[in-house]
Design a protein around this ligand. Sequence first.
Ligand code: FES
Length: 163
Amino acid sequence: MGCEGCTNQLTESLYKKLEQFIDELPEKEGALIAVLHKAQSIFGHLPAEVQQFVAQKLNVPVAQVYGVVSFYSFFTMTPKGKNPISVCLGTACYVRGSDKVLQAFKEELGIEIGETTKDGLFSLDALRCVGACGLAPVVMIGDKVYGKITSKEQVKSILNEYR
Ligand code: FES
């Protein structure tokens, strides 16, 4: 059973960290993007409560915060999975069929790009060149690089390592 008190304490300490960052800003005006970056690095994603907190602290409308979060693709409102999967769609990987690899992950996991599986185990993203073109097509799970992924069977066996 989880410890609700512990979770609350943890969340509270994350908010404190963010609050300290905001309080130490020399200039609050125009700092929204920097604050959201910091918030995402602290919380891992930007849920509505965090956006409200930022809006209140910076004295800007929540709608403005939401607008920025949804405009920039590097901000996310969904928590990443325990094992974030990134399929490289850079040129070298793409010409070797990484779009099919991406499709195989989508089918295996039942999620689209930017989504997380219900059990929280995997999230799926696409990346531009990760600098390992010699291994194309390349997939990363967390920090681990998998190269020369060409079949559905490979995709399945990689996923099984984490299941
Ligand atoms: S294009 Fe995929 S690693 Fe370079």
